[in-house]
Design a protein around this ligand. Sequence first.
Ligand code: SF4
Length: 263
Amino acid sequence: MSKSEIQAKSLRRVSGIADVLEGQLGRPRPPRKKSPPLDSLIATLLSQNTNDRNSYRAWLNLKEQFPSWERVHESRWQTVAKAIEVGGLKNQKAQRIKLILRTILQERGSFALDFLRAMSDEQAMEYLLAMKGVGSKTAACVLVFSLGRDVFPVDTHIHRICNRLALVKTKSADETFEAMKPLLPSGRGYSFHVNLIHFGRQTCRSMNPLCGQCVLFDDCSYPLRHRNQAKTPAIMRRKRETDFLITEKIATGNSKRRNHSDR
Ligand code: SF4
């Protein structure tokens, strides 16, 4: 089989998996109201190494205490850290937020990332990845949730599932992001991203995956799936959580609160 035939086969397989998940969980659509790119960047940074609830509380505290990105920039990092404390890693995150704001101000003269809209996906990713503390997941989230681009952010859930399904054989989420690029069917980045996160939280969990309830069981290569199948309790159908990603919440919640727009 030629390389192009192998790739076409992989594309069909990923498309089939995305179809199965959409059949079970629905086809999530991106929110019509998009957050400013700088909001998405900071919110995704706040979501690192914590849960949805606490990262969103950290975001709301930040918005509440600082009326503009200028005020965050002017404040001491310790004051910013106090505001986002509930989200964990407060010192590291506060210093990174300050560094990002300083970098953007020095390079662009204002606290705005809207110039990314004129860039290609590759250019925008390259710009964001050059910032300290910004990895491929965070950068790709900005592209998806603020720029409406068809890219596929990879977090730890998605990295784990893509490897269990043998779509890729990678050691990190960044590697999975690169390896999945040529395999992603056009127009499916958002839906596949959201559904895989949901699937990873509810079914293909890190510990004790519920293989006996899994709609992808026959397509899976995880060596322990048969053992886990036997241990899985009876099927409980669940609906997809809605509005659970911070990047979606800040888009829908922004209009009700003080505006940190970077437009
Ligand atoms: S069979 Fe188990 S390991 Fe494989 S995708 Fe399903 S839940 Fe995950």
